[in-house]
Design a protein around this ligand. Structure first.
Ligand code: NCD
Length: 312
């Protein structure tokens, strides 16, 4: 793996290698001195053209705990707001001797395109409605810790599938690890062309959440991405919640101890009720701490491997 642009860039075996490294990295989080020397002398730039709380801080802390020099650049305050092209911006940043570029952009395919313009290792931290591979890796890592193995386990992904890069990366990742995946959304938020994709990739689709939940081994709620919606995808927030929210009543449909995931940020009361978000079986905050370990592992394999192991 040279870059991490899509889950397609990693095999099931490589994913398990990343998870094994992440488990070691997890131990670092509980130490008093949270520092490993692995990326000493390396420079990582987080280039974020879209808002982010957890992904950007997670990559920043991950790089710092591995002793890399980490610089954050956000679109607001960068030269893109003066009219500079994406290509000029990334080539300028990389001309400073940057080893790794972690980027988020609103255009699907942006990270892929940038990878062709620069020598630095590129990690896609979300490109439009396309992919968010480290989110899928951290979700699968979290679920594997709870379920032992994902082989044959039924993972139900619910919500605004049309606008979700988390869904796209997760379907690829979970299927690669042998999980049975069902995706649930109202017809207006079910991506067009999903029938042929689900057939080719071997996952199921449903419009009926109540029917699917009782057989779930894990449930992943996705945010209703109102900032990407131009028109009315559902009549009212209330109707969305009635049909597709993980409400208190729906919690009772789940088998006991089924992990509840949400990548954040959550719209409490819309796609997930407080009773579900704060339930004992909710792994939302665990996803965040696991995410840090997984991102440390990803940076380690992409950036430390080159010198220490002769190629990752
Ligand atoms: C997701 C994203 O940005 O794609 N959030 C995240 O990275 N934790 C999902 C979302 O914004 O709903």
């Amino acid at each position: 793996m040279r870059n991490l642009l899509s889950i397609d860039d990693v095999s099931a075996e490589e994913i398990q290698t990343i998870f094994a490294t992440a488990a070691d990295m997890h131990d670092v989080q509980s130490r008093e001195v949270k520092k490993l020397p692995a990326l000493r002398g390396r420079t990582v730039v987080n280039l974020f053209f879209e808002d982010s709380t957890r992904t950007r801080s997670s990559f920043e802390i991950a790089g710092k705990w591995l002793s890399a020099d980490v610089i954050n650049i956000s679109a607001k305050g960068s030269s893109t707001s003066k009219g500079e092209s994406l290509r000029d911006t990334v080539q300028t940043v990389c001309a400073m001797g940057v080893d790794g570029l972690v980027m988020r952009h609103s255009a699907s395919g942006a990270a892929h395109q940038v990878a062709g313009w620069v020598d630095a290792v590129v990690v896609n931290a979300g490109d439009g409605m396309h992919e968010h591979p480290t989110q899928a890796l951290l979700d699968a890592y979290t679920l594997q810790r709870h379920l032992g193995s994902l082989e044959g386990r039924h993972v139900v992904i619910v919500g605004d599938l049309t606008h979700s890069r988390v869904f796209r990366s997760n379907v690829l990742c979970l299927s690669k690890l042998g999980a049975r995946v069902t995706v649930v959304a109202p017809p207006t938020l079910m991506p067009s062309g999903i029938a042929s994709w689900s057939e080719a990739a071997g996952f199921e689709t449903s419009y009926d959440l109540d029917e699917v939940l009782p057989t779930a081994d894990a449930v992943m709620m996705l945010r209703v991405q109102r900032e990407r919606m131009a028109g009315g995808y559902f009549p009212s927030p209330r109707e969305y919640t009635v049909g597709y929210g993980l409400t208190r009543d729906r919690l009772a449909l789940l088998k006991p101890d089924v992990p509840i995931c949400h990548p954040g940020p959550m719209n409490r009361g819309l796609e997930i009720a407080a009773d579900a978000a704060d339930a004992a079986q909710s792994v939302v905050l665990e996803q965040v701490s696991s995410g840090l370990a997984v991102r440390m592992a990803v940076l380690y394999h992409l950036l430390a491997g080159e010198s220490e192991e002769g190629g990752a």
